[in-house]
Ligand binder design. Sequence first.
Ligand SMILES: [Zn+2]
Length: 113
Amino acid sequence: MGKYSSKINKIRTFALSLIFIGFFVMYGGIFFRNSPIVMTVFMLLGLLFIIASTIVYFWIGMLSTKTVQVVCPGCGKTTKVLGRVDICMYCNEPLTLDASLEGKEFSESYNRK
Ligand SMILES: [Zn+2]
């Protein structure tokens, strides 16, 4: 069960890693100080990653409006559920909005049609 995490958290991690990749690429550009063209390419590439991350953060905001807030039976905290099944953001308890799936083992495949 440990390998699953909340979808929103997953996307957030993805957006955060994009920022890091962006800064890393920009930092890499410093090693090409001697050729301004290569450095500019690195800087632009890094900027692109950061822009992409901003878009992903925006997407999270859009997704958040579609999530359903539920009180987790495991830890009692209010968490967000996206799709038919999701994982509690705090304690990784599997949650479902579909009564027919209740009690079944958690699987991400329930979200697919
Ligand atoms: Zn919980």
